[in-house]
Design a protein around this ligand. Structure first.
Ligand code: T4K
Length: 372
């Protein structure tokens, strides 16, 4: 049986059937119906955030979230603003910035947690900078306090891509409460899924109406359109799946923790392999299992290890290779050198981690890794 990098967590079929039965009876299938509203309230409570808007996926939550926050600066033409972000992410982050006609400015990352290096941000700030869009990559939490200090000093907005950080806490505080807004992804491959889905958590009530309306064509009332919006509404069936999966979150995260622990037992003292431990003060969701493969010390490159595992039916991923500023579609930004992100992109392999990955499967993966 092949083993993939992830496998979605799912509820019992009967639980899902119970949750969707009223949708069949009601025939309200979408457009923020009662299941959407119930799911939204459950998430507000689970994530301990004051406000939250649901979207059809994490990408559109971020793209429309950036639009909703309104990144304009006096003297800077609309669309001419610069946004400081990380090149070590899934391409969605950068696309969300670019599709708002904003210019991504790539800040290098720290090798210890692969998040944006806060000590490199200020040197990138210009009079056109309007925001910082950091990513809690792999569920590792950015230096939220330092980033906020910089943002406050320069009058910048901070919008977190928290696609990997669902349910996490820093110093006891929900990760959704830092910055101006935080996006969460509920894609099938994530710790928590509603098949497809996403959310923007925020605390400034002023963002509420734009966020809720932009995903519904900017409709403000039956005959009033408040803004040029799109369509990114989460439908009732996906909301029902989210409700069912949310009930299982504690067990799901505990199962991932056990997988994480077993990998650490087997691999933490292997020369040439660097694991990414849970950060201090962070309540982790164990979203990803990145290993940094040092070819010299380990005796095999990341790419060779990827190929060997593949021959055994184990499909790891090179998240996130190449770094975004090395992609053809961002060729204009290649000049912005980010050597640490480049280094991470060519050395990291993400191993399978999901609820239901059996102990003997993890042992098999580790045995293959250790057979050099
Ligand atoms: N920001 C960041 C930092 C992100 O990582 C992402 C998404 C976003 C923003 C955007 O959020 P969303 O709009 O997606 O909500 C996957 C996901 O499609 C993507 O959601 C995710 N990040 C990215 C890191 O990974 P692929 O192309 O690698 O996925 P795929 O289809 O190859 O799936 C990986 C493995 O998972 C498969 O080999 C098998 C397994 N799988 C996958 C699916 C879809 C299943 O077992 N069942 C499934 O239904 O992008």
């Amino acid at each position: 049986m092949p083993i993939y990098v992830t496998r979605p967590s799912m509820p019992e079929l009967n639980d899902f059937m119970e949750e969707i039965r009223p949708i069949f009876e009601r025939r309200v299938l979408t457009n923020m119906g009662p299941v959407y509203k119930k799911f939204q309230q459950m998430l507000i409570e689970y994530l301990e955030v004051p406000e939250l808007s649901l979207f059809t996926n994490g990408h559109l939550a971020l793209e429309l979230g950036i639009q909703a926050v309104g990144l304009k600066k006096q003297g800077v033409a609309v669309g001419g603003g610069e946004v400081i972000t990380t090149p070590f992410t899934f391409v969605s982050t950068t696309h969300a910035i670019s599709r708002n006609n904003l210019k991504p400015v790539f800040c290098d990352i720290r090798l210890e947690d692969y998040c944006m290096d806060p000590d490199r941000i200020e040197e990138l700030i210009t009079d056109k900078t309007v925001a910082i869009v950091p990513v809690h990559v792999y569920g590792n939490i950015c230096d939220v306090r330092k980033i906020q200090k910089i943002a406050d000093k320069h009058g910048l907005k901070v919008i977190y891509d928290g696609a990997h950080a669902f349910g996490e806490k820093f110093d006891g505080e929900s990760i959704g409460n830092f910055g101006d807004a935080t996006m969460f992804s509920f894609h099938a491959t994530k710790v928590f899924n509603s098949i497809e889905g996403g959310a923007m958590a925020f605390h400034d009530k002023r963002y509420g109406i734009p966020l809720h309306e932009l995903k519904n064509f900017g409709i403000h009332g039956e005959v009033e359109i408040s803004a040029i919006g799109g369509n990114a509404k989460l439908d009732e069936f996906r909301a029902a799946m989210g409700i069912c999966n949310l009930r299982r979150m504690t067990a799901c995260i505990e199962a991932r923790r056990a997988v994480h622990e077993q990998y650490f037992e087997r691999l933490q003292n292997v020369e040439g392999i660097r694991l990414c431990p849970v950060q201090e003060k962070v309540t982790s969701n164990y979203a990803y299992l990145p290993i940094y493969v040092d070819r010299e010390a380990f005796g095999k490159s990341r790419d060779d290890l990827y190929a060997t595992l593949r021959e055994h039916g184990i499909y790891t991923r090179k998240y996130f290779y190449p770094a975004i500023n090395e992609l053809e579609c961002y060729a204009d930004f290649q000049k912005q050198a980010t050597p640490v992100a480049h280094d991470a992109a060519i050395h990291i392999l993400t191993l399978p981690i999901y609820e239901g990955l059996a102990r003997d499967e993890i042992d098999r993966i580790c045995d293959i890794i250790l057979q050099k």
